[in-house]
Design a protein around this ligand. Structure first.
Ligand code: ZN
Length: 120
């Protein structure tokens, strides 16, 4: 990452639950063009759902890496679990809470919550 991350959030959608195996996925938006892969690029695979961002992951260890806009490949959100160090940003809101897992209460952390995608 060559530039500071732009923003971050928790996503509670069912797709993120299934993909991550957790109640919510924490992710941070990368400045356009600021992400480059230094090694192992050949191991990165993608799953492209019918709608929404492609989910890119490591085919060697299965780790989720980031999602990427199929319309604009420069628009990428990195999964917090993929960072080796403190990413220097914290999630600022919770989205798709209408679909939150029934088995884990959303923490009372004061973050704004949106039933669907937050307003632009
Ligand atoms: Zn999601």
């Amino acid at each position: 990452m060559t530039e500071p991350l732009l923003r971050a959030s928790y996503c509670h959608c069912t797709r993120c639950q299934r993909r991550s195996g957790t109640a919510a996925s924490a992710q941070a938006r990368v400045a356009p063009g600021a992400l480059s892969i230094l090694s192992g690029e050949e191991l990165v695979r993608a799953w492209q759902p019918e709608s929404g961002f492609a989910k890119e992951f490591c085919s060697e260890c299965g780790s989720q890496l980031w999602s990427r806009d199929p319309e604009d490949p420069d628009v990428v959100s990195v999964r917090f679990g993929a960072f080796d160090r403190d990413p220097g940003i914290r999630p600022q809101h919770r989205q798709f809470v209408a679909y939150a897992a029934s088995w884990e209460e959303i923490p009372d952390d004061g973050l704004p919550r949106y039933d669907e995608r937050p307003p632009a």
